[in-house]
Design a protein around this ligand. Sequence first.
Ligand code: FAD
Ligand code: FES
Length: 266
Amino acid sequence: MSRAPFARRLLTVAGVDRLGAYLVLRVEDPDGPQPEPGQFAMLAAEERWGGGEGERPYLPRAFSVARQRGGEAHFLLEDVGPGSRRLCELGTGERLWTLGPLGRGFTAPPSGRRAILVGGGVGIAPLAILQDRLQEEATVLLGFRDGARAEGAALLEQARVATDDGSRGHHGLVTDLLAQEVERDPLAVVYACGPAPMLEGVRAMCAASSVPAQLALEAGMACGFGACFGCVVPCRGGGYLRICVDGPVIDAAELDHVDAHAGAPA
Ligand SMILES: Cc1cc2nc3c(=O)[nH]c(=O)nc-3n(C[C@H](O)[C@H](O)[C@H](O)COP(=O)(O)OP(=O)(O)OC[C@H]3O[C@@H](n4cnc5c(N)ncnc54)[C@H](O)[C@@H]3O)c2cc1C
Ligand code: FES
């Protein structure tokens, strides 16, 4: 596992690319540690990060590393609240505080077993860097609410797409596509990240078919490094896991269910 340096770093925005309803924030990071697929960073804008009149500063927010390429780290952003909105406003040359890479990432599939990547919404981000690093070709299934969000599928290669409104690809849930793939190849290994109901659907389907699955959870976080217990989810057999240090990637077999608060923003 890559270890984060013992301090947050002030990095500069190299550029911002629009991808339908999403933005890809590209950050100069030529000397940073190499992240594992599935690891994340805690991000905060250098300026105007809360703390305006009558406001307290925001906590840093967690974002998956979507890609690390050419001396840049890439993050996929959707404006869902004050922190992501402020990060979406950043322009080239502006700076942000970055702590990471943090957490435990995905582990590679055993040789000879096909990887199926299943993503929903902004949960596609850690699957892009995973696809970049896999030695063998993976099957990619991505689900989105609508056509504008489905443009995010361009982050990965050769994705089959499902949309809730039928504007692109399969009209229905990405788990419909997964059911076909699991039936075709029960020796596959599933890697998933997305909203909690999607992750729970993936978990239940894989459990019923005895297909191993690794789930990247996105429970809200406060510290990001194990100190506050703000990110816990219940695990099988009692007790809790801290998503920031025991995850965010969790073996599906460790969970009885995916907690409603443990998914990407829907
Ligand atoms: C490991 C990890 C990786 C992540 N990767 C990404 C990523 O790659 N891209 C990305 O866009 N996001 C990602 N997230 C999610 C992101 O960190 C959160 O959505 C973050 O909270 C956004 O901050 P915000 O201030 O914009 O929104 P917040 O105000 O924190 O709101 C976030 C979401 O929670 C909902 N919400 C807020 N308060 C409440 C409440 N009281 N009750 C119910 N719902 C509420 C909001 O409607 C919104 O959908 C990741 C999270 C984790 C833990
Ligand atoms: S966010 Fe603080 S312990 Fe996980």
